[in-house]
Design a binder for this molecule. Structure first.
Ligand code: NAD
Length: 269
């Protein structure tokens, strides 16, 4: 199966980790749909990745909105005729602990990180299932072609008190990954998650200039550095590839060793 046969959607693909995933898929020869609310960055990236040669497409999409998600799938079908890989990556944060978090902020985070991921995954899984039925494909072949990758976080298993909504959404994302993996296994559609530690994107910008905050992060990062978006895209590319054909229902943590660490890291300055 040539990679150029495969089509991938990356939600939140205009910036940060999603942008690195879209770039990596394009390098690997997949056709890429960048689904994001940020039109300027999304369109710019699609042009860079070959929108004029039918290699990439930007779709203005709000994953929290059912109609917008239906439109994403319709545009993908109309441009490329099929879908093989989904990276459910769009995510937001809202500050607040159990004493201070506003209910509206809780709802906003869950609407994008969890319900949005569900809406896109459901639409993608239905599209994939239809293709599998139409093509009469064997599950063995499907395991090399079809993959859904949910962007989780180390905060699915450890927590930050003032990021209650975010931590709750990522914990639920891991359970959703398992439930989806089990439901789709007989068809050969694999579903996995990636759990990044601290990665150098806009989300972390405020911390990068703050020596004290940075030193706290590194004291919990045995590899002694903030991760690059490319280092997450590499794991996503692996989980989407035929090399991962026997992996489903897992979360792979790319966290510089954080989850393995009990006390503080000696590599911190
Ligand atoms: P980012 O803010 O750089 O990029 C997120 C992208 O999602 C943006 O392009 C944004 O426009 C888009 N987006 C936000 N809401 C959307 C919506 N409703 N519909 C469509 N697109 C939307 O963030 P990032 O750091 O690249 O994070 C990407 C994913 O990785 C998130 O799910 C995040 O929780 C996860 N993650 C990030 C880190 C980190 O340290 N950066 C760590 C663990 C997990």
């Amino acid at each position: 199966m040539p990679q150029s046969d495969r089509v991938a959607i990356v939600t939140g693909g205009a910036n940060g980790i999603g942008r690195a995933c879209a770039r990596r898929f394009a390098e690997d020869g997949l056709r890429v749909v960048i689904a994001d609310r940020d039109k300027e960055s999304g369109r710019g990236l699609a042009e860079e990745l070959g929108a004029d040669r039918d290699k990439a497409l930007f779709v203005d999409c709000n994953v929290a909105d059912k109609l917008s998600v239906a439109n994403l799938l319709a545009e993908t079908r109309s441009a490329f005729g099929r879908l093989d890989v989904l990276v459910n990556n769009a995510g937001i944060v809202a500050k607040g602990d159990i004493l201070s978090l506003e209910a509206d902020d809780f709802d906003k985070v869950v609407a994008v990180n969890l319900r949005g991921a569900f809406l896109v995954a459901r639409a993608a899984a239905r599209q994939m299932a239809e293709q599998i039925d139409e093509d009469d494909e064997r599950p063995d072949d499907c395991r090399k072609r079809y993959a859904i990758i949910n962007m989780s976080s180390v905060n699915s298993v450890v927590a930050i008190p003032e990021q209650l909504a975010y931590c709750a959404s990522k914990g639920a994302m891991n359970q959703m990954t398992k439930s989806m993996a089990l439901a789709l296994a007989s068809r050969g559609i694999r579903v996995n998650a990636v759990g990044p530690g601290s990665i150098n994107t806009d989300v972390l910008k405020a911390v990068l200039d703050d020596r004290k905050a940075m030193s706290r992060i590194l004291s919990r990062t045995p590899l002694g550095k903030i991760g690059d978006p490319d280092e997450i895209a590499g794991v996503v590319a692996f989980l989407a590839s035929k090399d991962a054909s026997y992996i489903t229902g897992e979360c792979v943590y790319a966290d510089g060793g954080r989850l393995a660490l009990n006390y503080l890291s000696s590599s911190a300055s």
